[in-house]
Design a protein around this ligand. Structure first.
Ligand code: F6R
Length: 640
């Protein structure tokens, strides 16, 4: 891989960092580096030794390597691999074991000999764990050491399962997982309580001995930890920061994961910048936050003292600049997310006409809509627009068994009440699902019947949430896209028919306005996949006149909100509207914590949504704008 010299803008970065527009582009380059390494080793008559990771992050890399194997004849016969880690106590056959993951995602598709593959054994006896770890280290040494180590990064800053507190010279060992890591894995295991508490992992010291290290990160959820690892001092509380001391470590990340690096977030702090509209906006809001003053009170001195004298020269004095940015921010606020009919719309985020608008809200999974734009949805309906909400993926994978059991038991009770003989086909179905659940072992995947019922659980919850937002039942669509129905987390393979279903919906609704999320999400997440399918579908229809008039608004999703400087439409919610939205979120009962007594400090989704909307309102207020109870925020998107 060609690594450009560090530029002035990268001066604060203590690890070389390559930012790519998309994960796929990064993986093309990295797969090329790996194939060059393998071929060079073949020439030398030596094996190539790769250190491998699991999780969502390396999936696109493995897919690209498989493609190189199939289409360009890259052989792995000469490759030896060592995986970073494995959950402790999880049998290899478990759907979430890393043994199984590696087989499914990579090894089954290439020509690597089985005896070249090494993965820590999670089923080793507790008393034999230390010996097993030492043996693993020994095997790495005997192989000649790792040539190139692939890493992901956890939101705790972990590499492998080296959680905060791991020392720089730690070796392969049995570790306890951090509560945030277990929380992040809860979705895979259908609940945090099912997530193993321990794992066997290579140590930080073991990882640092690899000759090259490439850490990958995609999506906005990784942005802040990436910045801490790259720009902070090396500390045990962020184990990935120890890579700063490695001679050939590199972060390979996408734009969303790079968002918190200084060169992206505060470019004026690391060199000359072109004071474009967006950089100016960002800088003024940052200054106001930093000196803790409303925009209109910022002074020339404060601009100069914070390295923005250049901005004053081109756009000052402060008085003019402040008013301009203040007005821009003021104009993002609207109580009319679909546009205000018959009003002058020159300074409004949305056009007055057409009225009413055809509005399409795309919710990747049930609940995304109401969580991030429940208040706006209610307003759009109330203000007379023709709103359609489409749930793209059914969301069945996120429903715990207990919810299905409750539903089938309700059906059976009903059947018992209605017919003394125990009811008809419905009761039989319910009875059979109950048996299937009873027969399900801890590590089994759901049967098709159970998945079907889980899908229906989510449908009824979504209907109920939409009802609270005032949306008529006829305006709700469940697309149940096949990529999700036929897949599992991290193993979705979207195809043309997924895209075609979205395109068909777009063609039918011909929306004037679309709301969607997922443009910054990790690419193999449901939200990331749905956004990409939407983008492709929208692009395929670019020839149709309505697409040129249609405005696409992004809600942020993923448990966060746009930074104020990114917001292009801010919809204030009154206390009643916020309460109504929370009630809407509350309808998604299957998504509430299944264990009311918690210790991890985890908040329920409605609490998170409420906090996010209140925080946005507070930020506007601190900048000198009106004081609202809560705000939902959006950004525009268009086909480049
Ligand atoms: C996986 C591993 C972990 C993951 C990290 C990120 O073998 O060791 O450190 O790389 O938890 O996980 P994802 O990629 O799922 O976000």
């Amino acid at each position: 891989m060609k690594i450009p010299k560090r530029t002035e803008a990268e001066q604060l970065e203590r690890i070389r960092t390559s930012i790519y527009p998309k994960a796929a582009d990064a993986c093309t380059d990295l797969a090329r580096e790996i194939s060059d390494l393998i071929r060079a080793r073949v020439q030398e008559g030596k094996p190539a030794v790769l250190g491998l990771a699991t999780g969502s992050t390396p999936v696109p890399l493995y897919r690209e390597l498989i493609r190189l194997h199939r289409e360009e004849g890259l052989s792995f016969a000469n490759v030896h691999t060592f995986n970073l880690d494995e959950y402790f106590g999880l049998p290899r056959e478990h759907a979430q074991s890393y043994h199984r993951f590696m087989q499914q995602q990579f090894f089954a598709h290439i020509d690597i000999p089985a005896d070249h593959i090494h993965i820590p054994d999670g089923m080793v006896e507790r008393s034999a764990a230390y010996g097993h770890c030492q043996e693993y280290e020994e095997q790495i040494r005997e192989s000649g050491g790792i040539d190139l180590q692939i890493l992901g990064i956890g939101r705790t800053g972990h590499i492998g399962f080296n959680e905060p507190g791991s020392s720089k010279d730690s070796r392969t060992r049995l570790v306890t997982l951090d509560s945030l890591t277990r929380h992040d894995a809860a979705r895979d295991f259908l609940g945090e309580v099912n997530v193993p508490r321990y794992a066997v992992t290579m140590g930080v010291g073991t990882i640092l001995e690899a000759r090259r290290v490439r850490l990958l990160a995609w999506g906005d959820a990784k942005a802040s930890i990436v910045a801490r690892a790259v720009e902070g001092v090396p500390v045990e509380s962020v184990p990935a920061s120890f890579l700063q001391d490695h001679a050939d470590a590199q972060f390979v990340i996408d734009g969303a994961a790079a968002a918190e690096l200084t060169r992206i977030k505060r470019p004026w702090k690391v060199g000359e910048v072109k004071w474009s509209e967006s950089v100016t906006h960002k800088a003024v809001l940052w200054l106001a936050e930093t000196v803790k003053k409303p925009i209109l009170k910022l002074t020339d001195e404060e601009y100069s003292e914070h390295g923005m004298a250049g901005l004053l020269t081109s756009q000052g004095p402060a008085y003019d600049l402040n008013i301009r940015i203040f007005n821009q921010l003021q104009h993002t606020i609207t109580g009319w997310p679909g546009g205000k009919p018959d009003a002058d719309d020159s300074f409004r985020p949305e056009r007055a006409r057409p009225f009413p608008k055809q509005v399409l809200v795309l919710s990747p999974e049930p609940q995304d809509d109401v969580l991030y734009m429940g208040g706006t949805l209610s307003r759009l309906v109330k203000q007379g627009h023709r709103v359609t909400v489409a749930y793209v993926a059914s969301g069945n994978l996120a429903v715990p068994d207990s919810e299905v059991l409750r539903s089938v038991e309700l059906m059976l009770e009903m059947a018992g009440e209605l017919a003394a003989d125990g009811g008809g086909a419905d009761a039989q179905f319910a009875g059979s699902v109950r048996e299937q659940l009873a027969a399900k072992k801890t590590f089994d995947n759901d049967t098709p019947d159970v998945r079907r019922l889980k899908r229906l659980v989510r449908r009824s919850e979504s209907r109920s949430a939409c009802r609270i937002c005032g949306l008529p039942g006829d305006n709700i669509r469940f697309l149940d896209l096949p990529f999700y129905e036929n897949g599992h987390y991290r193993q979705f393979s979207p195809r043309a028919n997924d895209r075609e279903r979205i395109a068909a919906l777009l063609k039918e609704v011909r929306p004037d306005q679309i709301f969607i999320t997922g443009n910054l999400a990790e690419p193999s997440s449901v939200q990331g996949i749905c956004f990409d399918l939407f983008r492709q579908a929208f692009e395929s229809l670019a020839g149709e006149a309505w697409t040129r008039e249609c405005r696409v608004w992004l809600y942020r999703g993923s448990g966060s909100e746009w930074d104020v400087n990114e917001i292009e439409m801010a919809v204030p919610l009154s206390p009643d509207e916020l309460a109504n939205k929370i009630q809407g979120i509350y309808q998604h009962q299957s998504q509430r914590s299944q264990h009311p007594i918690r210790t991890s400090g985890h908040r329920e989704s409605w609490q998170q949504a409420e906090a996010i909307n209140r925080t946005t309102a507070e930020s506007y207020n601190r900048l000198g704008l009106a004081e609202y109870e809560a705000i939902e925020a959006f950004r525009r998107w268009s086909l480049k």
